[in-house]
Write a protein that binds this ligand. Structure first.
Ligand code: ABN
Length: 174
C-alpha cells in the first residue's frame, strides 16, 4: 500500500503548492459576501409566513362562526345583523327561552356555560349563518336543542331574526 500513500501525498502536496492560504481565504470570503447579497432575494415563501402571523394576531371576531362563544350555535349571528354577540338588533327582543352550550375559551383555557337566545320581531336576518352545534342534542333534551325557533314562546312576535350568545359563567366540571 506504499504506492497508494505516495500517490496521495504527491497529490496533496501539489495542491498545497499551487494554492496559497491567502487565496483560499479570499475565495471563502468572496463566497460569504456573495451569499449575503443573494440569499435575501431568493424567493422564500414570505407571503405564507405573513398570513400566518396576521392570523395569530387576530383571533376570530364576533362576526365569525369560529368565535369561541358560538360553539353550539344554530342561526344568523346578531353581530352581523345590527346587534352584537350578546345583544339583539334594534326592533327585536330576546326569546323568553333559550338553549345552552358549553364552550372552551382558548384565551384562558376554561370552559364556559353559554346561553343562546334567538332575537324575535323581524324576519330572518339572512347574514352569517352558523351551525356549529357542539354538544347539541335532539328535542328530547330541549335545553340543549337549537334547531328550533325559540321565538315561538314570545307573545309579541314569534318571527326569528338572529341569535345571540351570552356567557353565563364558568361551566361546572363533570
Ligand atoms: N334557534 C335558531 C333557529 C331558528 C329557526 C329555525 C331553526 C333554528
Amino acid at each position: 500500500m506504499r504506492w497508494f500513500d505516495d500517490f496521495f501525498e504527491r497529490g496533496v502536496r501539489g495542491v498545497a503548492r499551487r494554492t496559497s492560504r491567502r487565496s483560499a481565504l479570499t475565495r471563502i470570503g468572496r463566497l460569504l459576501v456573495g451569499s449575503a447579497f443573494v440569499l435575501p432575494v431568493l424567493p422564500f415563501d414570505r407571503i405564507a409566513r405573513t398570513a400566518e402571523a396576521a392570523q395569530k394576531k387576530s383571533p376570530p371576531g364576533e362576526t365569525s362562526c369560529d368565535y369561541w362563544r358560538y360553539c353550539a350555535l344554530d342561526g344568523y349571528l346578531c353581530a352581523c345583523c345590527g346587534g352584537s354577540a350578546s345583544t339583539c338588533p334594534p326592533g327585536t327582543e330576546a326569546s323568553k327561552v333559550s338553549w345552552i352550550g358549553t364552550c372552551h375559551n382558548p384565551h384562558d383555557g376554561k370552559d364556559y356555560l353559554v346561553s343562546y337566545n334567538d332575537c324575535c320581531g323581524k324576519g330572518s336576518c339572512g347574514r352569517c349563518l352558523c351551525n356549529t352545534n357542539e354538544g347539541e342534542r335532539p328535542a328530547y333534551r330541549m335545553g340543549l336543542h337549537n334547531d328550533i325557533n325559540w321565538c315561538m314562546a314570545n307573545t309579541d312576535s314569534t318571527m326569528f331574526h338572529c341569535t345571540t350568545s351570552v356567557v353565563v359563567g364558568l361551566a361546572e366540571k363533570s
